[in-house]
Ligand binder design. Structure first.
Ligand code: CP
Length: 309
């Protein structure tokens, strides 16, 4: 029922996704650190781009399941001596890794390297292409809050062009019955990127009042080519969630963000403060981070279940 690798959620049946959610809920409800399903297993973490949430929550998940983590330090790896990623991945399998958790900037890399090894390859974020566990933990968080996605409207705001989170959600939000509208400046939201089941707008004020879930994306400064946005302050003025725009939201609209948050760009510090103080159930940023541990425990548990070695 489960594919060997987790690279894209399109590879998983709806039943398989439900199994992951159920398992994550079980782990969250129990939450001791003494599960044993990864006892004797060594999980390699290989992050070639910066990460706090994904890397550390996978690491926490391995610990909670009784496994051990082997970390690849890119700047100390033999890639510095010319070794290819293909050979690095094969090396990790040969030294005894039971699974690889990988983040890399190159879209399309993981399908190739996954086919080079027998052990599971789990994406921790692949360039601008996919971030499957982020999409899973987002859906899990909404459902945990009692939000039935069927018929709900998700407004996703920001740097759609560079977002692997957005590309994963092009699939998941419609799969679970939600409408998805993308919003951003035309340079970060090219029409050809918008899938058929998804809407788009270049005017945030037009769509905010209809949103049940406002999903803010980080402007990925590290991936910007010159001139895509005139300046961050202009972006914030047109697309940032400030107090004025907050007044347009539905009374029960929720805010989500995959993190890390650039305060003052995609959302103002004042909006965060107001939401945390007066509407803590509607700002889900920390719930998303917390649930990342349990969802990643579930992914590891189910992908490695029954594998020998
Ligand atoms: N959401 C996310 O992927 O965050 P990190 O880059 O901190 O892992």
């Amino acid at each position: 029922m489960f594919p060997k690798d987790m690279l894209s959620l399109e590879d998983f049946s709806r039943d398989a996704l439900e199994d992951i959610f159920q398992r994550a809920a079980y782990f969250k409800q129990k939450d001791p650190d003494n599960f044993t399903s990864l006892k004797g297993k060594n999980i390699a973490l290989s992050f070639w781009e910066p990460s706090t949430r994904t890397r550390l929550s996978f690491e926490m998940a391995v610990h909670k399941l009784g496994g051990k983590v082997v970390r690849v330090t890119p700047e100390l790896s033999s890639e510095q001596k010319g070794e290819s990623i293909d050979d690095t991945v094969k090396t990790l399998q040969s030294i005894g890794a039971d699974a690889l958790i990988f983040r890399h900037s190159t879209p399309g890399l993981f399908n190739r390297v996954g086919s080079l090894v027998d052990i599971p390859l789990i994406s921790g974020g692949e360039g601008c292409y996919r971030h499957p566990t982020q999409a899973l933990l987002d859906i899990f968080t909404l459902r945990e809050k009692g939000i039935d996605l069927a018929g709900k409207q998700v407004i996703m705001v920001g740097d759609i062009l560079h977002s692997r989170v957005a590309r994963s959600h092009f699939y998941t939000f419609p799969l679970f019955g939600a409408g998805l509208t993308l919003v951003g400046p035309p340079s970060l939201l090219p029409q050809e990127l918008v899938p058929s089941r998804v809407d788009y707008s270049y005017h945030l004020e037009d769509v905010l009042p209809g949103g049940d879930i406002i999903y803010l994306l980080r402007v990925q400064r590290e991936r910007q080519e010159k001139g895509l946005i005139p300046s961050l302050s202009e972006y914030a003025a047109l697309y940032g969630l400030n107090e004025e725009r907050m007044s347009l939201l539905k009374q029960d609209a929720c805010l989500m963000h995959p993190g890390p948050v650039n305060q003052g760009i995609e959302i103002s510090a004042a909006v965060i403060k107001t939401m945390e103080q007066f509407y803590p159930d509607r700002i889900l940023f920390q719930d998303q981070v917390q649930n990342g541990v349990f969802v990643r425990m579930a992914v590891l548990d189910l992908l490695l279940a029954g594998r020998s070695g």
